[in-house]
Design a protein around this ligand. Structure first.
Ligand code: KG4
Ligand code: ZN
Length: 339
């Protein structure tokens, strides 16, 4: 099937994202509504509020991407949506909309794994990587290293044993009194501080495997806070935390490349937006004559474009698992390497 339009829908957490992707024209329209303002007062995502806001936003965003692309809804050839992992209620909004629309249009609906969306998103850029490559997936819920040989061909090399990298950024930010979402706020504070003035551990740096652990790092920040950290020392602590997390992420990524004998690294997920992580990876990869790929900045965090793209890749590879009966089912927990 060629010359096809894929609608992508993302609603797994606190962003409603819709996009239209065409297999030869590329990404034609995409729109995201972030719920940051909605959850800020609570210091984190409130699942019920998230679901309700997806309900409010999904149809207007759908109309918006159609209008931007200058398309009628009957032009849509398939509807891809995030079926998991994520918040059950939030996922259900996207799934119900996608399956109903697909049913009404007589088109296939394609459930997509959220992390597959992130994983493939660097392929949307102008100079994409080629298979096989190593992917570092760093989001609010996951921290994994994968060997990626093609669409749906993912081997898990290592992952976090406790908190995800983004979760560690978020929890540490909270300890430092920063607002939700913590990752970007912590990164901004870190810029005003100096890493190394206060020392934090690099958990599992020399564990000899490709696994991670971030909960101890967060506890070390808590202990430092309890000793009394004021003024500029808060920024130093933020900088040291970021440096410690980045040290481990960089070291394990390089180890994964050595182990697989590959020289392309793809970084995906929200933490992939972190500037310090990018700086360090750029330097290390250049020294090794390797190449590192990131999604466009606006496609690092959750969006519908990556879901539309993953749907298109699955269709083109003959690996789209269309639900057929338009059943509305989601998988709040779902391991990527079982695809
Ligand atoms: O991929 P994503 O948008 O949602 C999930 O699928 O989880 O990732 C969100 C995570 C949050 O934990 C957020 O704090 C983190 O990515 N994040 C960052 C930065 N921007 C977002 N962490 C560190 N530095 C950043 N600049
Ligand atoms: Zn995500």
């Amino acid at each position: 099937m060629h010359g096809m339009w894929i609608l992508g829908i993302e609603s797994s957490c606190d962003e409603t994202g819709l996009a239209l992707y065409h297999d030869s024209r590329g990404l034609v329209a995409h729109a995201v509504h972030s719920q940051i303002d909605l959850h800020q007062a609570y210091g984190g995502v409130v699942p019920e509020l998230a679901s309700r806001d997806h309900v409010r936003r999904i149809v207007p965003l759908y109309r918006q991407v159609l209008a931007r692309a200058g398309m009628a809804q009957t032009d849509i050839d398939a509807v891809a949506y995030t079926a998991g992992p994520g918040l059950a209620g939030a996922l259900l909004v996207g799934a119900a909309f996608a399956e109903s629309l697909a049913f009404a249009l007589g088109r296939p609906a394609i459930p997509i794994h959220h992390l597959e969306g992130h994983l493939l998103s660097p392929l949307l850029s102008a100079a994409p990587p080629v298979y096989p490559f190593v992917a570092l997936l760093v989001s609010g819920g996951h921290t994994q290293l994968m060997r990626v040989a093609g669409v749906g061909d993912y081997v898990l090399l290592g992952e976090t044993l406790d908190d995800a990298a983004g979760e560690a950024f978020d929890k540490t930010a909270k300890l430092l009194g920063l607002p939700y979402p913590g990752g970007p706020a912590l990164a901004a504070l870190a810029q005003q501080g100096v890493a190394g003035r206060l020392r934090l551990p690099r958990p599992m740096l020399n564990s000899g495997d490709l696994d991670f652990s971030f909960s101890g790092l967060k506890t070390a920040v808590l202990n430092a806070m309890n000793k009394g950290v004021t003024g500029g020392a808060r920024a130093d602590l933020a900088a040291e935390f970021q440096e410690a997390a980045v040290d481990v992420l960089v070291a394990k990524s390089l180890a994964a490349l050595r182990q697989t004998r590959l020289n392309q690294l793809v970084v995906a997920g929200g933490v992939g937006a972190n500037r310090r992580l990018r700086e360090r990876l750029d330097v290390e990869m250049a020294q090794r004559q390797g190449r590192v790929f990131y999604p466009e900045l606006e496609l690092c965090t959750d969006n519908g474009a990556m879901i539309a793209f993953a749907g298109a890749q699955r269709l083109l590879a003959g690996r789209a698992v269309a639900t057929g009966e338009h059943a509305i089912a989601v998988r709040p927990r779902w391991a990527l390497d079982t695809l």
